[in-house]
Design a protein around this ligand. Structure first.
Ligand SMILES: [Zn+2]
Length: 272
């Protein structure tokens, strides 16, 4: 190979990397500490006497009903970031989320990592996911959390055009791991949880180690008990008072609001 062709090949290798870095740049928002300090609204920082409980990747006809039963027993409502493809597969389960008083938000259409820029596809799929949630449940989602918490430029723009607020999390349970246990999930959440925090868990193993949802499910009573013992109320993002406003009107969401509430991973992505 000549020097010239080697240089050309090197340049070809560099350009996509540079493009990918520009595209993934906003994904620095994964990083827990900086995100919480510098971008509190994006991290889901809300009113100090409240903790937002959120679940990703569902609905799932096997595991989600078990979460709904435990949440009913605890008297807690939560926000479920659903995938459009799962709502289409399990519409009855999506409707059940709404019927039981939980908030539906969108996690995208499928659980693909966005390593290559695809703003047109991002916009198309996110719009489709919002439409499917609305048509299936009668609820208009107001929050968006991208898979793996990677908020690319294209996904951010697509969400804003749809009137969705991107919200990530301040504490997670690492409940997607094969070795997760109820105790590990509870302790991992507790390590990062403060008043005003947003907790990320999963009500399905759709994109996680098989059966890993059992650890999150069993951790729930302890987690909620920890919050209540600390004087913190647990509820959905709708009641969390995240700073700023959404363009979605209350009446469209169909979810009752609390009076006075303001509506509103590691470097290798884990499993949010
Ligand atoms: Zn996810």
């Amino acid at each position: 190979m000549s020097k010239g062709s080697r240089a050309a090949r090197a340049a070809c290798a560099v350009v996509p990397v540079a493009a990918a870095l520009a595209h993934i740049g906003p994904a620095a928002t994964w990083l827990h500490g900086p995100r919480r300090l510098l971008l509190p609204a994006l991290a889901g920082q809300g009113r100090p006497d409240h903790v937002a409980l959120t679940f990703d990747d569902g609905p799932d006809p096997v595991s989600t009903p078990l979460f709904l039963d435990v949440l009913d027993g605890l008297g807690v409502r939560a926000t479920f970031f659903v995938l459009g493809e799962n709502v289409v597969r399990h519409p009855a389960q999506a409707r059940e989320l709404a019927r039981r008083g939980h908030e539906l938000a969108v996690h995208g259409w499928s659980h693909d990592p966005p390593w290559l820029p695809s703003p047109a596809r991002d916009a198309r799929e996110l719009r489709r996911a919002v439409q499917v949630v609305r048509e299936t449940t009668g609820r208009t989602p107001r929050w968006y959390r991208p898979p793996y918490g990677i908020l690319t430029t294209g996904r951010w723009a697509a969400a804003r055009r749809l009137g969705l607020r991107p919200v990530l999390w301040t504490a997670w349970g690492k409940d997607w791991r094969r070795d997760a246990t109820p105790a590990s999930v509870r302790a991992t959440v507790a390590a990062d949880l403060r008043g005003g925090g947003t907790v990320l868990l999963h009500d399905t193993d759709h994109a996680s180690a098989p059966g890993s949802w059992r650890a999150a499910l069993a951790a729930l009573p302890g987690l909620v008990g920890d919050c209540r013992a600390a004087g913190l109320e647990v509820g959905p993002l709708l009641d969390h008072g995240v700073a700023g406003k959404t363009r979605v009107r209350e009446a469209e969401s169909g979810v009752p609001t609390t009076p006075g509430a303001v509506p509103s991973r590691s470097p290798t992505p884990g499993q949010p």
